[in-house]
Design a protein around this ligand. Structure first.
Ligand code: NAP
Length: 271
């Protein structure tokens, strides 16, 4: 019996949304029915996202808001400062989920101290849940050894063209959600013939097929970024598409070796 946290499985990603556009898109998305918004200190849009949350007119308790702490702010005092600044910008008393955005690549990084501080930040009421992002299996295992079931989410790149089976097995068996970022492969999917054929069969578009494939998986959430009403609406409807066994076999057969987000500070992914 799984005990995942109560997080809406489809959220809005906000990377690259800034200023007025970020506020308007967040407000619009919530009015359309989104209840989960993903931001980060690094996106430099928390204040704009906060305005959008207010402008939506939807009660705070209905919304699930995630933010993240950047990897160079993982010393305990810096983490507390980062979390406090996020709350102020977002105009919130508490976020629903606070993540370590990336493991710190510095070999001297004290991961235990960072994770324990994250748990303390939760304890003091600034975050309802905590988790990590961009943690490969080996690091996630280590993190589990430090704060265990406090960890509720690992947010990683995951889409039809990137394999994440080992991570998914880990998160599923530890009651953690795997949040798929770049779930639309950053919008680079229009010429994929497999997605196109399945989309035609269901009277859907390729983005909806990409999202439907993720959302049908146990313990998986997805946070597509979109900035037009048409895209926002289309993505919201993806969960209703019922893929059949034949669709799933074809989607599974797409080569899964396309990692799109791989900065020089990234961890060793296959560790
Ligand atoms: N934790 C991390 O390190 C990390 C890293 C990357 C991303 N993320 C999070 O994940 C979110 C999503 O990832 P992402 O922004 O990299 O990429 P994505 O969601 O896979 O793709 C976004 C792109 O797809 C387009 N798009 C959206 N809906 C569409 C539709 N229905 N049909 C066609 N195109 C569509 C968007 O265009 P329009 O804007 O024009 O609608 C945009 O160009 C980010 O915004 C961020 O919140 C986290």
């Amino acid at each position: 019996m799984s005990q995942y946290i109560d997080m809406p499985r489809l959220g809005l990603g906000t990377w690259r949304l800034e200023g007025q556009q970020a506020s308007d898109t967040v407000a619009q998305a919530i009015q359309l029915g989104y209840r989960h918004i993903d931001t980060a200190t690094r996106y430099e849009n928390e204040a704009a996202v906060g305005i959008g949350l207010q402008q939506s007119g939807v009660a705070r308790k209905e919304l699930f808001v995630t933010t993240k702490i950047w990897y160079d702010q993982l010393a305990p005092e810096a983490m507390r400062r980062s979390a406090a600044a996020s709350l102020e910008k977002l105009q919130l008393d508490m976020v629903d989920l606070l993540l370590i955005h990336w493991p710190n690549p510095d070999p001297a990084w004290n991961m235990a101290a960072s994770l324990e501080t994250l748990a303390e930040i939760k304890q003091q009421g600034w975050a309802k849940h905590i988790g990590v992002a961009n943690f490969p299996v080996a690091l996630l295992q280590q993190a589990w050894g430090i704060i265990g079931e406090e960890l509720k989410v690992n947010q990683v790149e995951y889409h039809f063209a990137l394999q994440q089976q080992a991570l998914l097995e880990f998160t599923q068996s530890h009651n953690m959600l795997l949040t798929a970022y770049s779930p639309l492969a950053r919008g680079d999917f229009n010429d994929n013939p497999v997605l196109q054929a399945i989309a035609t069969k269901h009277g859907a578009n390729v983005g909806q097929i990409a999202l439907a494939w993720l959302l049908r998986q146990d313990g998986v959430a997805a946070i597509p970024k979109a900035s037009s009403v048409a895209h926002l609406q289309s993505n919201l409807q993806a969960a209703a598409i019922a893929l059949d066994g034949d669709d799933l076999a074809q989607l599974q057969a797409i080569p899964k070796d396309q990692r799109l987000i791989n900065p020089d500070f990234a961890p060793q992914w296959d560790a």
